[in-house]
Design a protein around this ligand. Sequence first.
Ligand SMILES: NC(=O)c1ccc[n+]([C@@H]2O[C@H](COP(=O)([O-])OP(=O)(O)OC[C@H]3O[C@@H](n4cnc5c(N)ncnc54)[C@H](O)[C@@H]3O)[C@@H](O)[C@H]2O)c1
Length: 354
Amino acid sequence: MPSPKKSSVRIAIIGTGGMAANHAKRFKEVPGCTLVAAVDVSRERVEKFAADHGIPATFLSLDELLKGAEFDAVSIVTPDPFHAAQSIQCLKAGKHVLCEKPLALNHSDASKMVAAAQKAGVINMVNLSYRDWPAIQAVAKVIAAGRIGEIRHVEANYLQSWLPSKIWGDWRTTPAWLWRLSTKHGSRGVLGDVGVHIVDFATFPAGPVKNVYCKLKTFDKAPGNIVGEYTLDANDSAVMTVEFANGALGTIHTTRWSGGHANRLFLKISGTKGSIEIDSERSTTSYKFCAGHDLDKAQWITIDTKPTPNNYARFIKSIRTGKQDQPDFARGAEVQKVLDACITSDAKGRPINV
Ligand SMILES: NC(=O)c1ccc[n+]([C@@H]2O[C@H](COP(=O)([O-])OP(=O)(O)OC[C@H]3O[C@@H](n4cnc5c(N)ncnc54)[C@H](O)[C@@H]3O)[C@@H](O)[C@H]2O)c1
Protein backbone atom coordinates (compact mmCIF):
# COMPACT_ATOMS: atom_id res chain seq x y z
CA MET A 1 0.00 0.00 0.00
CA PRO A 2 1.34 3.47 -0.81
CA SER A 3 2.18 5.09 2.51
CA PRO A 4 2.75 8.83 2.34
CA LYS A 5 4.70 10.49 5.12
CA LYS A 6 2.76 11.96 8.02
CA SER A 7 3.53 15.48 6.86
CA SER A 8 2.02 15.13 3.40
CA VAL A 9 -1.23 13.62 2.25
CA ARG A 10 -2.16 15.15 -1.11
CA ILE A 11 -5.87 15.15 -1.92
CA ALA A 12 -7.73 15.74 -5.19
CA ILE A 13 -11.42 16.64 -4.96
CA ILE A 14 -13.63 15.33 -7.76
CA GLY A 15 -16.91 17.23 -8.17
CA THR A 16 -16.94 20.82 -6.91
CA GLY A 17 -20.63 21.49 -6.16
CA GLY A 18 -22.37 22.15 -2.84
CA MET A 19 -20.94 19.33 -0.69
CA ALA A 20 -17.37 19.70 -1.97
CA ALA A 21 -16.91 22.94 -0.02
CA ASN A 22 -17.42 20.93 3.16
CA HIS A 23 -14.77 18.41 2.06
CA ALA A 24 -12.29 21.22 1.32
CA LYS A 25 -12.91 22.89 4.67
CA ARG A 26 -12.60 19.70 6.70
CA PHE A 27 -9.49 18.40 4.91
CA LYS A 28 -7.79 21.77 5.42
CA GLU A 29 -8.35 21.39 9.17
CA VAL A 30 -6.22 18.20 9.20
CA PRO A 31 -2.55 19.08 9.77
CA GLY A 32 -0.34 18.00 6.87
CA CYS A 33 -3.21 17.39 4.48
CA THR A 34 -2.97 19.42 1.26
CA LEU A 35 -5.57 19.99 -1.45
CA VAL A 36 -3.59 19.74 -4.68
CA ALA A 37 -6.25 19.47 -7.42
CA ALA A 38 -9.94 19.83 -8.17
CA VAL A 39 -12.01 18.31 -10.99
CA ASP A 40 -15.41 19.22 -12.40
CA VAL A 41 -17.10 19.00 -15.78
CA SER A 42 -17.97 22.70 -15.34
CA ARG A 43 -14.90 24.90 -15.92
CA GLU A 44 -16.59 27.84 -14.22
CA ARG A 45 -17.38 25.86 -11.06
CA VAL A 46 -14.00 24.16 -10.76
CA GLU A 47 -12.08 27.41 -11.24
CA LYS A 48 -14.16 29.26 -8.67
CA PHE A 49 -13.85 26.37 -6.23
CA ALA A 50 -10.05 26.22 -6.68
CA ALA A 51 -9.78 29.99 -6.17
CA ASP A 52 -12.03 29.89 -3.07
CA HIS A 53 -10.02 27.09 -1.45
CA GLY A 54 -6.49 27.88 -2.67
CA ILE A 55 -6.19 24.74 -4.83
CA PRO A 56 -3.36 25.04 -7.40
CA ALA A 57 -4.54 22.74 -10.22
CA THR A 58 -7.89 22.19 -11.96
CA PHE A 59 -9.04 19.55 -14.43
CA LEU A 60 -12.22 18.94 -16.43
CA SER A 61 -12.18 15.14 -16.17
CA LEU A 62 -10.87 12.32 -14.01
CA ASP A 63 -8.76 11.03 -16.93
CA GLU A 64 -7.00 14.40 -17.13
CA LEU A 65 -6.45 14.41 -13.37
CA LEU A 66 -4.89 10.95 -13.34
CA LYS A 67 -2.57 11.90 -16.21
CA GLY A 68 -1.72 15.39 -15.04
CA ALA A 69 -1.33 15.48 -11.24
CA GLU A 70 0.54 13.80 -8.43
CA PHE A 71 -1.59 12.97 -5.40
CA ASP A 72 -2.24 10.26 -2.82
CA ALA A 73 -6.01 10.21 -2.37
CA VAL A 74 -9.28 11.40 -3.86
CA SER A 75 -12.49 12.66 -2.38
CA ILE A 76 -15.36 11.83 -4.76
CA VAL A 77 -18.17 14.37 -4.44
CA THR A 78 -19.93 13.97 -7.81
CA PRO A 79 -23.63 13.06 -8.17
CA ASP A 80 -24.52 9.49 -7.18
CA PRO A 81 -24.36 7.78 -10.61
CA PHE A 82 -20.65 8.61 -11.01
CA HIS A 83 -19.45 7.17 -7.68
CA ALA A 84 -18.90 3.56 -8.78
CA ALA A 85 -16.96 4.13 -12.01
CA GLN A 86 -14.89 7.01 -10.63
CA SER A 87 -14.00 5.12 -7.43
CA ILE A 88 -12.97 2.01 -9.36
CA GLN A 89 -10.83 4.06 -11.76
CA CYS A 90 -9.05 5.75 -8.85
CA LEU A 91 -8.59 2.48 -6.95
CA LYS A 92 -7.04 0.89 -10.05
CA ALA A 93 -4.61 3.83 -10.10
CA GLY A 94 -3.64 2.99 -6.50
CA LYS A 95 -5.29 6.03 -4.90
CA HIS A 96 -6.97 5.97 -1.51
CA VAL A 97 -10.67 6.86 -1.92
CA LEU A 98 -13.20 8.69 0.23
CA CYS A 99 -16.48 8.45 -1.71
CA GLU A 100 -19.69 10.31 -1.01
CA LYS A 101 -22.84 8.44 -0.11
CA PRO A 102 -24.71 6.54 -1.40
CA LEU A 103 -21.70 4.38 -2.28
CA ALA A 104 -23.38 3.32 -5.55
CA LEU A 105 -26.79 3.08 -7.19
CA ASN A 106 -27.20 -0.58 -6.23
CA HIS A 107 -25.57 -3.41 -4.30
CA SER A 108 -24.11 -5.01 -7.43
CA ASP A 109 -22.08 -1.88 -8.26
CA ALA A 110 -21.20 -1.38 -4.59
CA SER A 111 -19.82 -4.95 -4.48
CA LYS A 112 -17.61 -4.22 -7.49
CA MET A 113 -16.25 -1.20 -5.60
CA VAL A 114 -15.52 -3.36 -2.55
CA ALA A 115 -13.69 -5.91 -4.74
CA ALA A 116 -11.66 -3.16 -6.45
CA ALA A 117 -10.70 -1.68 -3.07
CA GLN A 118 -9.62 -5.08 -1.75
CA LYS A 119 -7.55 -5.72 -4.86
CA ALA A 120 -5.89 -2.30 -4.66
CA GLY A 121 -5.17 -2.71 -0.93
CA VAL A 122 -5.72 1.00 -0.27
CA ILE A 123 -7.83 2.89 2.25
CA ASN A 124 -11.51 3.19 1.25
CA MET A 125 -14.25 5.03 3.10
CA VAL A 126 -17.80 6.15 2.36
CA ASN A 127 -18.85 9.51 3.73
CA LEU A 128 -21.76 8.50 5.96
CA SER A 129 -21.28 11.86 7.58
CA TYR A 130 -23.47 11.48 10.65
CA ARG A 131 -20.79 9.13 11.98
CA ASP A 132 -19.04 12.45 12.71
CA TRP A 133 -21.45 13.10 15.58
CA PRO A 134 -20.01 12.16 18.97
CA ALA A 135 -23.50 11.11 20.17
CA ILE A 136 -23.80 8.21 17.70
CA GLN A 137 -20.26 6.99 18.42
CA ALA A 138 -21.06 7.00 22.16
CA VAL A 139 -24.45 5.31 21.72
CA ALA A 140 -22.89 2.50 19.65
CA LYS A 141 -20.42 1.85 22.48
CA VAL A 142 -23.11 1.94 25.21
CA ILE A 143 -25.22 -0.61 23.30
CA ALA A 144 -22.21 -2.84 22.52
CA ALA A 145 -21.43 -2.84 26.26
CA GLY A 146 -24.92 -4.29 26.90
CA ARG A 147 -26.14 -1.33 28.97
CA ILE A 148 -29.68 -1.42 27.52
CA GLY A 149 -29.72 -5.22 27.42
CA GLU A 150 -31.04 -7.14 24.42
CA ILE A 151 -32.46 -4.82 21.78
CA ARG A 152 -36.22 -5.13 21.29
CA HIS A 153 -37.42 -1.98 19.50
CA VAL A 154 -35.93 0.67 17.20
CA GLU A 155 -37.43 3.95 15.99
CA ALA A 156 -35.45 6.03 13.51
CA ASN A 157 -36.31 8.88 11.19
CA TYR A 158 -34.62 11.44 8.97
CA LEU A 159 -36.82 14.43 8.15
CA GLN A 160 -36.17 17.20 5.63
CA SER A 161 -38.48 19.94 4.35
CA TRP A 162 -37.05 21.31 1.12
CA LEU A 163 -40.03 20.25 -1.03
CA PRO A 164 -42.82 22.26 0.69
CA SER A 165 -40.45 25.15 1.51
CA LYS A 166 -37.56 27.26 0.22
CA ILE A 167 -35.43 26.46 3.25
CA TRP A 168 -32.45 25.56 1.05
CA GLY A 169 -33.49 27.66 -1.98
CA ASP A 170 -36.13 26.94 -4.60
CA TRP A 171 -35.76 23.31 -5.75
CA ARG A 172 -37.71 24.14 -8.94
CA THR A 173 -34.79 26.23 -10.23
CA THR A 174 -31.79 24.55 -8.58
CA PRO A 175 -30.01 21.71 -10.46
CA ALA A 176 -28.47 20.36 -7.21
CA TRP A 177 -32.02 19.62 -5.94
CA LEU A 178 -33.58 18.73 -9.30
CA TRP A 179 -31.16 15.84 -10.05
CA ARG A 180 -32.13 14.38 -6.67
CA LEU A 181 -35.76 14.15 -7.89
CA SER A 182 -35.01 12.36 -11.17
CA THR A 183 -34.21 8.66 -11.66
CA LYS A 184 -32.84 9.45 -15.14
CA HIS A 185 -30.21 11.58 -13.40
CA GLY A 186 -29.27 8.62 -11.23
CA SER A 187 -31.23 9.48 -8.09
CA ARG A 188 -32.72 6.76 -5.91
CA GLY A 189 -34.91 9.44 -4.34
CA VAL A 190 -35.03 10.28 -0.67
CA LEU A 191 -34.26 6.61 0.03
CA GLY A 192 -30.88 6.75 -1.75
CA ASP A 193 -30.10 10.35 -0.78
CA VAL A 194 -30.75 10.39 2.97
CA GLY A 195 -32.40 7.01 3.64
CA VAL A 196 -28.84 5.72 3.30
CA HIS A 197 -27.85 7.86 6.29
CA ILE A 198 -30.70 6.83 8.56
CA VAL A 199 -30.27 3.13 7.74
CA ASP A 200 -26.60 3.46 8.71
CA PHE A 201 -27.46 5.57 11.78
CA ALA A 202 -29.89 2.93 13.06
CA THR A 203 -27.99 -0.23 12.14
CA PHE A 204 -24.52 0.97 13.24
CA PRO A 205 -25.61 0.61 16.90
CA ALA A 206 -28.59 -1.80 16.48
CA GLY A 207 -26.95 -4.32 14.15
CA PRO A 208 -27.81 -5.73 10.72
CA VAL A 209 -31.26 -5.91 9.14
CA LYS A 210 -32.76 -9.38 8.57
CA ASN A 211 -35.76 -8.32 6.53
CA VAL A 212 -37.57 -5.16 5.49
CA TYR A 213 -41.04 -4.21 4.31
CA CYS A 214 -40.91 -0.82 2.59
CA LYS A 215 -43.37 1.57 1.00
CA LEU A 216 -42.03 4.35 -1.25
CA LYS A 217 -44.05 7.29 -2.55
CA THR A 218 -43.50 9.95 -5.20
CA PHE A 219 -45.96 12.85 -4.91
CA ASP A 220 -47.05 15.23 -7.67
CA LYS A 221 -44.86 18.34 -7.57
CA ALA A 222 -45.05 20.17 -10.91
CA PRO A 223 -47.22 20.25 -14.08
CA GLY A 224 -46.69 16.83 -15.69
CA ASN A 225 -43.98 16.28 -13.04
CA ILE A 226 -41.40 17.70 -15.42
CA VAL A 227 -39.07 20.68 -14.91
CA GLY A 228 -36.80 21.29 -17.93
CA GLU A 229 -34.63 18.20 -18.48
CA TYR A 230 -35.74 16.68 -15.14
CA THR A 231 -38.60 14.15 -14.84
CA LEU A 232 -39.61 14.22 -11.17
CA ASP A 233 -40.11 10.49 -10.67
CA ALA A 234 -37.78 9.62 -7.76
CA ASN A 235 -39.37 8.80 -4.39
CA ASP A 236 -39.98 11.63 -1.87
CA SER A 237 -40.95 9.51 1.16
CA ALA A 238 -39.94 6.06 2.40
CA VAL A 239 -41.40 4.08 5.30
CA MET A 240 -39.82 0.78 6.42
CA THR A 241 -40.81 -1.90 8.89
CA VAL A 242 -37.65 -3.73 9.84
CA GLU A 243 -36.75 -6.96 11.60
CA PHE A 244 -33.16 -6.97 12.82
CA ALA A 245 -30.87 -10.01 12.86
CA ASN A 246 -30.96 -9.88 16.69
CA GLY A 247 -34.78 -10.28 16.58
CA ALA A 248 -35.68 -6.65 17.38
CA LEU A 249 -38.42 -4.89 15.42
CA GLY A 250 -38.21 -1.33 14.21
CA THR A 251 -39.52 1.43 11.99
CA ILE A 252 -37.29 3.62 9.88
CA HIS A 253 -38.74 6.44 7.82
CA THR A 254 -37.60 9.45 5.84
CA THR A 255 -39.19 12.24 3.80
CA ARG A 256 -38.51 15.58 2.16
CA TRP A 257 -42.02 16.77 3.03
CA SER A 258 -41.63 17.32 6.76
CA GLY A 259 -42.19 21.06 7.13
CA GLY A 260 -40.59 22.46 10.26
CA HIS A 261 -37.65 20.05 10.17
CA ALA A 262 -34.70 21.27 8.12
CA ASN A 263 -32.53 18.21 8.63
CA ARG A 264 -33.48 16.10 11.62
CA LEU A 265 -32.17 12.65 12.57
CA PHE A 266 -33.89 10.83 15.43
CA LEU A 267 -33.01 7.43 16.88
CA LYS A 268 -34.46 5.60 19.85
CA ILE A 269 -33.32 2.09 20.73
CA SER A 270 -35.05 0.17 23.51
CA GLY A 271 -33.83 -3.02 25.13
CA THR A 272 -34.55 -5.35 28.02
CA LYS A 273 -32.66 -3.04 30.43
CA GLY A 274 -33.42 0.44 29.13
CA SER A 275 -33.64 2.92 26.27
CA ILE A 276 -31.31 5.38 24.58
CA GLU A 277 -32.20 8.31 22.32
CA ILE A 278 -30.53 10.81 19.98
CA ASP A 279 -32.48 13.77 18.59
CA SER A 280 -30.27 15.94 16.41
CA GLU A 281 -32.59 18.92 16.94
CA ARG A 282 -31.72 18.75 20.62
CA SER A 283 -28.03 17.85 20.39
CA THR A 284 -25.50 15.89 18.36
CA THR A 285 -23.00 15.77 21.22
CA SER A 286 -25.27 14.33 23.94
CA TYR A 287 -27.85 11.55 24.20
CA LYS A 288 -30.72 10.65 26.52
CA PHE A 289 -30.62 7.47 28.58
CA CYS A 290 -33.19 5.68 30.73
CA ALA A 291 -32.05 2.54 32.58
CA GLY A 292 -31.64 1.03 36.05
CA HIS A 293 -33.77 2.67 38.75
CA ASP A 294 -34.87 5.36 36.26
CA LEU A 295 -36.84 2.72 34.30
CA ASP A 296 -39.47 2.46 37.05
CA LYS A 297 -40.02 6.24 36.95
CA ALA A 298 -39.71 6.59 33.14
CA GLN A 299 -37.08 9.17 33.94
CA TRP A 300 -34.39 10.15 31.43
CA ILE A 301 -30.95 11.59 32.01
CA THR A 302 -28.89 13.52 29.46
CA ILE A 303 -25.32 12.36 28.95
CA ASP A 304 -22.69 14.58 27.32
CA THR A 305 -20.10 12.92 25.11
CA LYS A 306 -16.44 13.56 24.30
CA PRO A 307 -15.50 14.98 20.88
CA THR A 308 -14.71 12.37 18.20
CA PRO A 309 -12.72 12.84 14.95
CA ASN A 310 -14.76 13.32 11.76
CA ASN A 311 -14.64 11.02 8.70
CA TYR A 312 -12.14 13.28 6.92
CA ALA A 313 -9.67 13.18 9.81
CA ARG A 314 -10.15 9.42 10.20
CA PHE A 315 -9.60 8.89 6.45
CA ILE A 316 -6.26 10.74 6.62
CA LYS A 317 -5.28 8.89 9.79
CA SER A 318 -6.07 5.57 8.09
CA ILE A 319 -3.84 6.52 5.14
CA ARG A 320 -1.01 7.38 7.52
CA THR A 321 -1.33 4.30 9.72
CA GLY A 322 -2.42 1.84 7.02
CA LYS A 323 -5.24 0.78 9.37
CA GLN A 324 -8.67 0.83 7.70
CA ASP A 325 -11.30 2.75 9.70
CA GLN A 326 -15.11 2.69 9.39
CA PRO A 327 -17.35 3.26 7.52
CA ASP A 328 -15.50 1.50 4.69
CA PHE A 329 -16.77 0.44 1.26
CA ALA A 330 -17.89 -2.93 2.65
CA ARG A 331 -20.13 -1.07 5.11
CA GLY A 332 -21.41 1.18 2.30
CA ALA A 333 -22.29 -1.96 0.32
CA GLU A 334 -24.07 -3.51 3.32
CA VAL A 335 -26.29 -0.43 3.64
CA GLN A 336 -26.84 -0.50 -0.13
CA LYS A 337 -28.17 -4.03 0.18
CA VAL A 338 -30.88 -2.79 2.57
CA LEU A 339 -31.81 0.01 0.12
CA ASP A 340 -32.06 -2.50 -2.75
CA ALA A 341 -34.33 -4.69 -0.57
CA CYS A 342 -36.51 -1.61 0.11
CA ILE A 343 -36.96 -0.99 -3.61
CA THR A 344 -37.80 -4.67 -4.26
CA SER A 345 -40.17 -4.72 -1.28
CA ASP A 346 -42.02 -1.64 -2.55
CA ALA A 347 -42.31 -3.13 -6.05
CA LYS A 348 -43.53 -6.54 -4.80
CA GLY A 349 -45.61 -5.28 -1.86
CA ARG A 350 -44.12 -7.75 0.63
CA PRO A 351 -41.19 -8.07 3.07
CA ILE A 352 -37.81 -8.97 1.56
CA ASN A 353 -34.94 -10.81 3.27
CA VAL A 354 -31.72 -8.81 3.15
N1 LIG B 1 -22.53 13.09 3.24
C1 LIG B 1 -23.45 14.01 3.18
O1 LIG B 1 -24.04 14.37 4.19
C2 LIG B 1 -23.78 14.65 1.86
C3 LIG B 1 -24.42 15.90 1.80
C4 LIG B 1 -24.68 16.44 0.54
C5 LIG B 1 -24.33 15.73 -0.61
N2 LIG B 1 -23.74 14.52 -0.49
C6 LIG B 1 -23.37 13.74 -1.69
O2 LIG B 1 -22.35 14.43 -2.40
C7 LIG B 1 -22.51 14.22 -3.81
C8 LIG B 1 -22.58 15.59 -4.49
O3 LIG B 1 -23.70 16.28 -4.00
P1 LIG B 1 -23.80 17.87 -4.14
O4 LIG B 1 -24.94 18.29 -3.30
O5 LIG B 1 -22.47 18.51 -3.92
O6 LIG B 1 -24.22 17.98 -5.68
P2 LIG B 1 -24.02 19.19 -6.67
O7 LIG B 1 -24.95 18.95 -7.79
O8 LIG B 1 -24.08 20.49 -5.91
O9 LIG B 1 -22.49 19.04 -7.16
C9 LIG B 1 -22.04 18.00 -7.98
C10 LIG B 1 -20.86 18.52 -8.82
O10 LIG B 1 -20.31 17.43 -9.56
C11 LIG B 1 -20.03 17.88 -10.88
N3 LIG B 1 -19.99 16.74 -11.78
C12 LIG B 1 -21.03 16.10 -12.38
N4 LIG B 1 -20.57 15.07 -13.10
C13 LIG B 1 -19.23 15.05 -12.96
C14 LIG B 1 -18.19 14.23 -13.47
N5 LIG B 1 -18.47 13.19 -14.26
N6 LIG B 1 -16.91 14.51 -13.13
C15 LIG B 1 -16.62 15.56 -12.34
N7 LIG B 1 -17.57 16.40 -11.83
C16 LIG B 1 -18.85 16.12 -12.13
C17 LIG B 1 -21.15 18.86 -11.18
O11 LIG B 1 -20.80 19.73 -12.26
C18 LIG B 1 -21.28 19.59 -9.83
O12 LIG B 1 -20.42 20.71 -9.74
C19 LIG B 1 -23.78 13.38 -3.97
O13 LIG B 1 -23.43 12.04 -4.14
C20 LIG B 1 -24.53 13.56 -2.67
O14 LIG B 1 -25.31 12.44 -2.32
C21 LIG B 1 -23.45 13.98 0.70
